[in-house]
Design a protein around this ligand. Structure first.
Ligand SMILES: Nc1nc2c(ncn2[C@@H]2O[C@H](COP(=O)(O)OP(=O)(O)OP(=O)(O)O)[C@@H](O)[C@H]2O)c(=O)[nH]1
Length: 919
């Protein structure tokens, strides 16, 4: 391995010791911006200058300490920031560097530039994804988003490739299956959380995946987790399956749940953006109790800063930071419980000298965490804190135990933690709490840096290595895959401390360990062992430095990239599903409209036409009935006297009774005619009602089937009204119908003497005095004597004949006379018209009911169709908007996804032989 980081130990390459650095006045050249890039042999590399200007103009890093003038953001990353004394020293150190140093600096600048590009790309994508999520949230309020659900469990094989499982999707609402051609389905589906699948292609074992999914606190099936990661809805209700639950929820409820998910996601994206914008990298050092975490931290610092003890002592989080971030002052800021630390707000912490740290770390009642500002005694090439590239904070966490496991796990999962260094005792291996922590952290962090400490105490080192690596394989396959870089077997207590800067705690500076390293003395074998331990540790340091600095893209940007890919994938699936739903809804309502619109048009037209038609039908029916009744009754009345109506003539002795019977028969006959007219009207009404009913059925459908009409109820009242109403008095003269009599005389020739005489007598008697002339004429013919003899019998005969004739004619005369009298009386009371009007009015009334019903029905039908059309149009409009929106979302998410995919965090420039690369 290259040793380029280690050009000197505890000293600057120029041979100055560290005290010189802190006391030397600032160089004029470094009073403004320290010329990090103008280092080397003194002759500034043009290439380096160009790179430096690129970095300066790049939107990348400034200092990460807001408002700190020594750590001002105007200093580009890669330049010595903060304490001017240190800056000057470092500047000098750089300016007097070797060509290798110059080359290394250039490489660092290239690396920084590359890093900034990736960071800016991801930052832009985060902004864009937030916009997309906010857009989805807005659309979700007007067009509640549909949620994809899966077939029942069992229909899936857990080993099924995720890309094919797309076909298993079905949706909460029905949709056409052929809509999938609308877009390209997601290319690949990812797991939940921010674990970096991108980098796990080679190392992820199926066992580990299964284990991770089984252990992760998921409330939904692994199948859904495969499809949907971030936006999945965590539903749990009794024994109901997730998909069933989603199905059972209303569309609006699903939309509300989704809204909550989107909010959480936006928050997470904002914190990710904050994190990638934060120039500092935080390294959490955790592990079991007494594993040697504090010793390991001290070894990294080459100073005894944190208290080490054989019994558990660290009970609070100690964040070790470069003193330059505290105006170059070494001290401890013990942060009050529940206070949010701000260096500029002294009410949030108490200040202690470094030597008091021992007391502070065991007091977890007053404080939960402390900030330890230390001056790094090492050169920027060696140091982790003071590395010249990025601010690093080492966080020494309390040992894991049942009380703090949770705290530590939560801490480890916070976005601010970039790297987890897990210290495990070589003698004790991984305890249960250690395993639980690693599983939890592995879900959030792609890799975990493992430090197997106390290796000096192990005799069978090979066996120990094998056993530890086997366990690492089970706990974090990715870490195992890169175990040569990420798993280190060291003895932290064997690392000698460098001389402590003035004012610092007891640094020892003896170079001897405080633990079990032992004094090698003059024993060359012992010396060799010590050297070996130091080399092992130096290798660890280089790996850790690489991991944190060179591969910080991985540690810092990878979670953002992974999360972005996951959320974009989710959004793409959601958008695809909803585009399909919107398309199918659009098609459905378009089809509905194709039916509704002609229906509405026809109904509106029918409403107008049928209204007229009904009116006409009623008018025609009533007119016909009126005319019919009038004619029929007139006819009946007129011809009432044409016959004796079946009433037998009982002889002239009962002539008056005969007249009464005749009158009754006539009235009955007229009354029967009225009844016949009513019957006719009833029939016509039934026809009319049926006609209206047919119209109703035709235009309104079955609701008209039930229209019942009972025609027998019509004209129930007014029975025998006529017979009771009339009182026609019969007179003697009614028995003689002179007009008829005369008519008959003329018609029937030679009806005998009696008739002639009667006629002559009757006629002349009634006719006036002219008969006298005839008598005289007759007398002249017959002779006066004869005449005198004949006249009396003749007269008697004539009278008898006439009487007989009249009496015989009663059956013919009386009906006419009665009929005439009846007709006159009926005419007087306007009988025919009033009956005709009554019957037709009754019919009108009966027909009016179904007609009105039909009219109302038609109006309601038109209104209902109109409302349906309006609603359908509204849904179509909304579907159209949603279709456009989701179609765009499918494209935008796919585009963003390809942009994020292009951010290749593996293609680090140093991987191609840069100066910082380690062979
Ligand atoms: N032999 C040996 N002892 C070590 C090594 N590292 C640490 N120790 C000792 O182990 C003991 C515990 O070390 P600490 O660094 O306090 O352990 P810790 O994990 O920080 O302890 P807590 O924070 O209290 O959980 C101390 O006595 C150390 O000297 C090592 O590599 N080899």
């Amino acid at each position: 391995m290259s040793q380029q980081y280690y050009t000197a130990k505890g000293k600057s390459p120029n041979g100055r010791n560290d005290e010189d650095r802190t006391t030397s006045p600032p160089s004029p050249s470094t009073s403004g911006r320290p010329a990090y890039m103008t280092v080397g042999s003194g002759s500034t590399s043009q290439h380096a200058t160009r790179l430096q200007s690129l970095i300066d103009s790049d939107s990348g890093y400034g200092g990460s300490i807001a408002g700190d003038d020594v750590g001002s953001s105007k200093y580009p990353l890669g330049s010595p920031r903060t304490d001017p004394s240190l800056a000057r020293d470092m500047s000098m150190h750089r300016q007097t560097g070797s060509p290798e140093t110059d080359q290394r600096n250039q490489a660092a600048a290239v690396s920084q530039l590359w890093y900034n590009q990736q960071r800016v790309s991801l930052g832009r994508s985060i902004t864009k994804v937030i916009e997309l999520l906010e857009g989805l949230q807005e659309t979700n309020t007007t067009w509640p988003a549909h949620y994809p659900a899966l077939h029942r469990p069992g229909a899936f094989s857990p080993d099924r490739p995720s890309s094919s499982s797309r076909h298993g999707l079905q949706h909460v609402s029905s949709m056409s299956s052929d809509m999938s051609s609308l877009h390209d389905g997601p290319k690949s589906l990812r797991r939940s959380m921010t674990s970096s699948d991108d980098y796990g292609s080679a190392e992820s074992s199926k066992d580990a995946e299964n284990k991770a999914s089984a252990d992760a606190p998921r409330l939904i099936t692994p199948q859904i987790a495969q499809e949907f990661s971030i936006l999945k809805l965590d539903l749990k209700l009794g024994s109901l399956h997730q998909a069933e639950l989603v199905h059972s929820l209303e569309k609006g409820s699903v939309a509300a749940l989704l809204d909550g998910k989107i909010n959480t996601s936006i928050k997470h994206l904002l914190s990710l953006r904050e994190r990638i914008d934060d120039t500092a990298s935080k390294v959490l050092i955790t592990g079991d109790l007494n594993a040697g975490k504090s010793t390991f931290c001290n070894a990294l610092l080459r100073r005894k800063v944190l208290p080490e003890d054989q019994q558990p002592c660290t009970s609070i989080f100690c964040e070790v930071l470069d003193a330059r971030e505290n105006a170059g002052i070494e001290e401890v800021h013990a942060v009050h419980r529940n206070a949010i630390y701000s260096r500029h707000d002294e009410s949030t912490y108490d200040v202690f000298p470094l030597k008091d740290l021992e007391q502070i770390v065991i007091d977890n009642y007053t404080y939960m965490q402390c900030k330890v500002y230390v001056k790094d005694v090492r050169t920027i090439d060696e140091s982790l804190l003071n590395n010249g590239v990025v601010d690093i904070a080492l966080i020494d966490a309390p040992g894991l135990n049942s009380d703090t496991t949770k705290t530590t796990a939560i801490f480890a999962r916070q976005e601010e933690i970039d790297v987890v260094v897990f210290v495990v005792s070589a003698a004790n291996h991984f305890t249960q709490s250690a395993k639980e922590f690693i599983w939890a952290a592995a879900a959030e962090k792609a890799y975990i840096f493992m430090v197997v400490n106390g290796y000096d105490m192990i005799r069978d080192k090979e066996r120990c290595q094998k056993m530890i690596l086997d366990q690492v394989y089970g706990l974090s396959p990715r870490t195992f895959k890169e175990s040569s870089e990420l798993v280190h077997f060291v003895s932290s207590n064997a690392i000698p401390a460098a001389p402590s800067p003035p004012g610092g705690p007891d640094g020892g500076g003896s170079g001897s360990s405080s633990g079990g390293g032992g004094d090698p003395g003059d024993d060359p074998k012992g010396k060799g062992k010590e050297k070996e331990k130091i080399e092992d540790f130096e290798r660890l340091e280089q790996s850790l430095r690489r991991f944190v600095l060179e591969k910080r893209a991985r540690s810092k940007l990878a979670p953002a990239k992974t999360y972005l890919l996951n959320i974009l994938n989710d959004l793409n699936i959601l958008a695809s599903v909803n585009a399909e739903v919107a398309q199918s809804e659009f098609d459905r309502v378009s089809r509905d409209l194709e039916v509704i619109e002609p229906q509405l048009e026809a109904s509106t037209k029918a409403k107008a036409e049928i209204g007229d038609e009904i009116d006409q039908t009623i008018e025609d029916t009533c007119k016909e009935i009126y005319d019919y009744t009038r004619n029929t009754l007139n006819n009946a009345i007129t011809h009432a006297g044409d016959s004796n109506l079946g009433v037998p003539y009982p002889g002239f002795l009962s002539a008056f009774q005969y007249a009464e019977d005749l009158k009754e028969a006539m009235l009955f006959e007229i009354s029967s005619s009225v009844t016949a007219c009513e019957e006719h009207a009833r029939t016509q009404t039934v026809n009319g009602v049926n006609a209206i009913k047919q119209l109703g059925i035709l235009h309104l459908g079955n609701e008209y089937e039930d229209l019942n009409f009972r025609s027998d109820v019509m004209f129930r009242r007014r029975r025998d009204l006529l017979a009771k109403q009339f009182e026609i008095p019969v007179e003697l003269m009614d028995f003689v119908d002179w007009s008829t009599l005369m008519q008959r005389q003329e018609k029937v020739a030679g009806t005998g003497m009696a008739l002639t005489v009667a006629t002559a007598v009757g006629g002349r008697l009634i006719g006036g005095m002219g008969w006298m002339d005839h008598a005289l004429n007759a007398a002249k013919i017959v002779g006066n004597d004869n005449l005198r003899k004949l006249i009396i019998p003749g007269l008697v005969l004539a009278a008898v004949s006439a009487a007989a004739y009249v009496l015989r004619q009663i059956p013919q005369s009386l009906p006419h006379r009665l009929s005439e009298k009846l007709s006159a009386q009926l005419a007087a009371i306007d009988y025919v018209h009033s009956n005709s009007t009554r019957i037709s009015a009754s019919v009108r009334k009966v027909l009016k009911f179904p007609a009105d019903n039909l009219r109302v029905g038609l109006t309601r039908s038109v209104e209902q169709l109109g409302t349906r059309r309006d609603e359908t149009l509204k849904v179509r409009g909304e579907s159209e908007v949603a279709l456009k929106y989701f179609g765009n979302l499918v494209r935008n998410t796919a585009h963003q996804r390809s942009l994020v995919d292009e951010v290749d965090l593996e293609a680090h420039p140093q991987a191609h032989g840069g100066a910082l690369s380690v062979a």
